[in-house]
Design a protein. Structure first.
Length: 90
């Protein structure tokens, strides 16, 4: 429904045995209805038992076809890209 918020939490495991600064953001061509937080931070070491969690929010402004955003999670040593699909109820 328009003006409601859907929330998705994504856990990302560090691939390194060291603390890793990261950036996480949607590509410029992704819809504005999608946001992510935090956008920057530091990942804990691998095997610490604590993955990094980012929260995606989708706030549709109208009914219609699903919209797709590309979320990029990146450190100096690795990069993960997620395709996020937002849609309203039928």
């Amino acid at each position: 429904m328009p003006n409601t918020v859907a929330v998705l939490d994504i856990e990302v495991e560090n691939e390194l045995s060291a603390f890793s600064p990261f950036r996480c953001e949607f590509t410029p061509d992704s819809p504005r209805e999608m946001t992510v937080a935090p956008q920057v931070g530091v990942m804990e070491k691998r095997y610490s038992g604590h993955p990094t969690e980012v929260t995606v929010r989708f706030t549709p402004s109208a009914y219609g076809i699903p919209i797709i955003g590309k979320l990029v999670f990146e450190t100096e040593d690795f990069k993960k890209v997620y395709e996020i699909v937002g849609k309203t109820a039928d």
